[in-house]
Design a protein around this ligand. Structure first.
Ligand code: SAM
Length: 269
């Protein structure tokens, strides 16, 4: 339920159904990541373009550093929350629409940021679009948030519950102790694709880690914002969430995960 090789249009447009829950339950991005991305990109006076800004989880962290941003978000309901969240940042302009439909005009950007959204952009066009939007030497920062369960017993119990209901790809299907020091251990990691494209250089994969604690209700809200859960038939989704809740209640009514933030940095030649 992270990066898909093929863009599933129906699945890419489910977030707006739960825009407020998304905003409440999805994780934000660490200050260190913002510092490192801006140090790498050194956009100077050039603006940042953000692809798939959602409700502004990454936008706000970057806008707080005073960068000017153009934020693209195709879902009106997500864009409405994004406009509300960024109202205090006059340097942030929100454009409703997908990356594929946007024209940068004469502008060239110092940084293209895509947080948990690059996999939704047309794979046949995304590198062309990114390269065309960036100034020479401008940077790409592609970000994802894989998570894994820290306790093996809890992991096994959740896996059993999912197996019974035929659910695959839940965030708790991963084991925290199997995460390597660098990203690339999940399908869809775009480093090889970016390298093959040939128009980007200085590729740097970076992984940040933190421990996160969810109480059961917050974890269920988080799950309900994931596209893989949104596309389940409602009755099955309720059953799956109820089963997950029953399992977590047997283990302290909470879940501790390792949250990785994986970033691929690259520079336009
Ligand atoms: C998982 S959300 C990530 C939102 C936000 N960046 C974050 O980190 O919380 C993915 C977002 O990408 C948007 N999206 C889907 N297809 C897109 C496309 N073709 N171009 C730009 N954004 C797209 C969705 O509407 C959704 O808001």
């Amino acid at each position: 339920m992270t990066a898909d090789d093929q863009v599933d249009m129906a699945r890419s447009q489910v977030f707006g159904e739960v825009a407020e829950a998304y905003d409440a339950a999805r994780p934000g991005y660490a200050d260190q990541l913002v510092t490192d991305v801006l140090a790498y990109a050194a956009p100077g006076g050039r603006p940042v373009v953000e692809v798939g800004a959602g409700t502004g989880k990454a936008t706000l962290a970057f806008a707080a550093r005073g960068v000017r941003m153009v934020c693209l978000e195709p879902d009106e309901r997500m864009a409405a929350v994004l406009r509300r969240n960024t109202a205090g940042h006059p340097g942030v302009a929100v454009r409703t629409g997908g990356f594929e439909d946007w024209r940068p005009g004469g502008r060239r950007f110092g940084l293209l940021l895509a947080a948990t959204s690059w996999h939704w952009v047309d794979p046949a066009r995304r590198w062309d679009l990114a390269h065309a939007a960036l100034a020479p030497g401008g940077a790409l920062a592609l970000v994802w948030n894989p998570q894994g369960v820290r306790d093996p017993q809890v992991h096994a119990a959740l896996a059993e519950s999912d197996r019974r209901l035929g659910i695959t790809g839940a965030p708790h299907a991963r084991r925290a102790w199997e995460f390597a020091d660098v990203p690339g251990d999940w399908p869809g990691w775009p480093e090889a694709e970016c390298r093959r494209d040939g128009r980007f250089t200085d590729l740097r994969p970076v992984r940040y880690r933190q421990e996160v604690h969810y109480d059961t209700d917050r974890y269920l809200t988080y799950l309900s914002t994931l596209s893989g859960y949104r596309v389940l038939p409602p009755a099955l989704r309720s059953e799956v969430l109820a089963a997950t809740a029953r399992t977590l209640r047997r283990y302290g009514d909470a879940l501790t995960m390792t949250l990785c933030t994986d970033v691929l940095l690259a520079r336009a030649r």
